[in-house]
Design a protein around this ligand. Structure first.
Ligand code: URA
Length: 226
């Protein structure tokens, strides 16, 4: 049974506040700031990237560099914007020189990702690139093999779909990958419609009932829209 969105959102803000001071691994010594995640706290659709890069570390918000611009473009092409989704990463802190995440860093950071998924309750998670895909599909099959194929998965006792996509940074490097990413992305609205059961509370709002999340408090870089 799902907990009320307002409660889950409060817990997400509390988790964000805890994560901001995290010193659980050595990345805390080289980062400028923790990049927790950004977007709609009650999103049906979430994206999980790899780790913050230079710009994300500066601004505290995921996907704000060139890869993020491409992600915004693809969202817009499919009638979506950041306000509709929640965007986060496997690692919450930038690895020095943008090197690959190390297994022990992924392990140490994992509880934040699990808690985010449990609190946001997305129905579809797009994993961007190899690290997020292998972690959340529990498989060693790489993104080239599994992109564009939704997979059923259970996280925190909830069934959801993982939809692996090429990482936008890889798409910026290789035109064919960009074409493929665009094609896979275009199937997202249909997948989302399938995965989202119509909610009577949303289709028939009680007269005069406002959403408790309509007037979100500004919480630094968390940018909660939902
Ligand atoms: N690449 C990622 O995987 N995450 C970001 O936030 C930015 C670039």
């Amino acid at each position: 049974m799902s907990r009320p969105a307002a409660e889950r959102r409060e817990d997400l803000v509390a988790l964000y506040r805890r994560a901001r001071g995290c010193t659980a691994c050595p990345l805390s010594e080289s980062r400028i700031q923790v990049v927790f995640g950004h977007g709609n706290a009650d999103a049906d659709l979430a994206f999980v990237g790899e780790a913050p890069g230079f710009h994300e570390d500066q601004q505290g918000v995921p996907f704000v560099g060139r890869a993020g611009q491409l992600l915004d473009e693809l969202l817009a092409e499919n009638g979506l914007e950041r306000e509709d989704v929640f965007i986060m990463n496997v690692l919450k802190c930038r690895p020095p020189e943008n090197r690959d995440p190390q297994p022990e860093e992924i392990e140490t950071c994992r509880p934040y990702l699990d808690a985010q998924v449990e609190l946001i309750e997305p129905r579809v998670i797009c994993t961007l690139g190899n690290f997020a895909t292998k972690l959340l599909t529990l498989s060693s099959r790489g993104i080239t093999q599994v992109h564009g194929r939704p997979q059923a998965q259970t996280i925190g006792g909830r069934s959801l779909r993982i939809y692996p996509l090429f990482h936008p940074a890889a798409a910026l490097r290789t035109p064919r990958v960009k074409e493929q990413l665009r094609e896979d992305f275009s199937r997202l609205p249909a997948l989302l419609a399938e995965a989202v059961e119509p909610s009577p509370a949303l289709t028939v709002p009680a007269p005069g009932a406002g959403s408790p999340l309509e007037d979100p408090p500004a919480v630094d870089q968390l940018g909660l829209f939902g």
